[in-house]
Design a protein around this ligand. Structure first.
Ligand SMILES: Cc1ncc(COP(=O)(O)O)c(C=O)c1O
Length: 342
């Protein structure tokens, strides 16, 4: 039985078009000078994001870390929505490498979303010399562990305005910004308005084998290139992977298809009596009483998923067809009782 892999949208394999683009890629030494294909990808993504420049980095974690390192010094504080990837899933690098003391903001604005008033409150005002200085707001759109939830444009603007008024820089973890823009039907650039830096992943949902881009001002990207080298992320003939990234961007108009797939999965599960919410993007979180037992049963019927706290996370992606989702539902029906809340 072929397992249906809904653990993540990172499990996709490069398409034949990506592989042939990789084979044919024009390359150079990106550490000595510039790799021409990486430069094309960086310019294309900067334009999509409505920013001056972008820098290719091997992973989303490195893109976020460089973003944080650009803005933080030891003794600084940064704010991020509770359960943000930078808080819990990047091994504390925001603190021990970028030097910032993290502060989680509860989701008072809705799932995954703090309010502008919380930003103002948490930023506080400068205290005596021995207090932390609030320097940065790190947003996440979509918010992975809240269930792929979207921050709409007006709310994004209000959060950025609150941060700026409090003297904070803004970094956006946009690993799945593609999905937020597709759900809202807005240009990507509307969701980067006012940010100082943004990180987007080509390996999540779009199908590239690796690679993220950090976007920002041209001056910030010059400094970011130094930091990338410092972290060991300067690559030589990176055009080979950048070529796959350029092909991955062709999937942008189809991202919403993955939202429809996961919505169908959620609807089917509700038909089995499971309390599945309506997904906003390509992620579905199902709260379960016993995650480990449920995951083992799912594996047994050939459906792969991941635990997120006390919930099970299913993610749709381009390597799953709509027929695969129907097949997943057929396989899940006999074990659906394990996905029902107590
Ligand atoms: C919201 C978010 N940010 C950052 C990352 C890190 O990306 P990478 O795995 O490429 O380092 C992830 C990975 O899943 C993510 O979901």
């Amino acid at each position: 039985m072929r397992p249906l892999d809904l653990r993540s949208d990172t499990v996709t394999r490069p398409t034949p078009e990506m592989r042939s683009a990789m084979a044919a890629a024009e390359v150079g030494d990106d550490v000595l000078e510039r790799d021409p294909t990486m430069a094309v990808l960086e310019a294309r993504v900067a334009e999509l994001l409505g920013l001056e420049a972008a820098l290719w980095v091997p992973s989303g974690c490195m893109g976020n870390l460089i973003g944080l390192m650009l803005h933080l010094r030891r003794g600084d504080r940064f704010l991020a929505p509770a359960q943000a990837h930078v808080l819990g899933s990047e091994l504390g690098t925001g603190a021990w490498l970028a030097g910032g003391m993290p502060e989680a903001l509860a989701w008072e604005g809705g799932l995954g979303r703090p309010t502008p008033a919380q930003v103002t409150r948490a930023a506080g005002s400068p205290g005596p010399y021995y207090t932390l200085r609030s320097r940065l707001l790190c947003l996440e759109n979509t918010h992975n562990f809240a269930g792929g939830t979207v921050t709409p444009v007006a709310e994004h603007r209000a959060l950025v305005a609150a941060a700026k008024a409090a003297g904070l820089a803004v970094h956006l973890d946009g690993a799945r910004l593609w999905h937020a823009a597709a759900a809202l039907g807005c240009p990507l650039a509307a969701l980067t308005e006012g940010v100082d830096t943004v990180q987007v992943c080509l390996s999540k949902g779009l199908g590239a084998p690796m690679g993220s881009l950090l976007g920002g001002s041209a001056a910030a990207m010059v400094e970011a290139r130094r930091l990338r080298k410092m972290l060991g992320g300067g690559v030589r003939q990176g055009g080979v992977v950048a070529a796959a990234g350029l092909v991955a961007l062709d999937y942008l108009p189809r991202v919403a298809e993955d939202h429809a797939k996961i919505q169908r999965l959620a609807e089917g599960l509700r038909g089995f009596g499971v309390a599945a919410p309506v997904p906003e993007t390509n992620i579905l979180l199902v709260p379960v009483p016993k995650a480990a037992a449920a995951l083992a049963a799912l594996e047994g019927v050939g459906v792969r998923a991941l635990p997120v706290g006390s919930a099970i996370r299913f993610i749709a992606h381009r390597d799953l067809t709509t027929e695969d989702i129907e097949e997943a539902l057929r396989r899940l029906e006999p074990v659906a009782h394990l996905l029902r809340s107590a």
